[in-house]
Write a protein of this length. Structure first.
Length: 207
């Protein structure tokens, strides 16, 4: 018995990116793009209609909901489709929101198709080639900012000083400075302003 086609929703605010994904995926047997969404909000609404198996989600949209927030909203519903993050950013802010896979936009077409099929088979499976590429690009697991580091950075974005952040989080100023130093290293920046800008672009914090 032939397996049913995997029904896809493409969520990205760039029409050219959506067109490129569609062109690649529709050449693959068993994959069919049935809808597109230009905003994260539209992706949440469309994914709830019940006829989507896998959502290919970007992390960064324009003003409004982020890709990570949309992922959380989509996966919170019973019987939700799988979400595969496809983005240019080497970070995993949407995994904790319920995404079941992560792929960079420069992935080979066969890697993209394999990742989509993996979503159907098992929630957290990645094709070996995809996993290899991710490990090479992401490096060690500790390169991603921790929850506490993101929390500190969000308060920096709100304009708080290290002393005020320490008081808010019941930490010492030295601990706050250590968190920020690690964030600078992980985001490859050298200032508070650059760290906030990078974290915002990556969807780690909102402003």
């Amino acid at each position: 018995m032939t397996e049913a086609a995997i029904r896809l929703l493409l969520a990205d605010d760039h029409p050219l990116v959506r067109a490129g994904l569609r062109a690649v995926l529709e050449t693959e047997p068993g994959l069919v793009v049935i809808a597109e969404a230009a905003t994260a909000e539209d992706a949440v609404v469309r994914a709830a209609e019940g006829d989507i198996d896998v959502v290919l989600m970007d992390l960064r949209f324009g003003p409004g909901m982020t890709g990570a927030e949309a992922t959380a909203a989509i996966t919170a519903r019973p019987g939700a489709p799988r979400v595969l993050i496809v983005t240019t950013y080497d970070t995993l802010p949407a995994i904790e929101a319920g995404a079941t896979g992560y792929l960079l936009e420069d992935a080979l077409p066969e890697d993209l198709a394999a990742a989509v099929r993996a979503r159907r088979r098992r929630a957290h499976e990645l094709a070996p080639t995809v996993a290899d590429r991710l490990m090479n690009r992401m490096g060690a697991p500790d390169t991603a900012p921790t929850r506490r580091e993101i929390e500190v950075l969000a308060l920096v974005a709100d304009g708080l000083s290290n002393r005020a952040i320490a008081a808010r989080l019941h930490l010492t100023e030295g601990t706050v400075e250590s968190h920020l130093a690690r964030v600078y290293t992980k985001l490859a920046v050298d200032s508070r302003t650059a760290a906030v800008a990078a974290a915002t672009d990556l969807g780690l914090i909102r402003r």
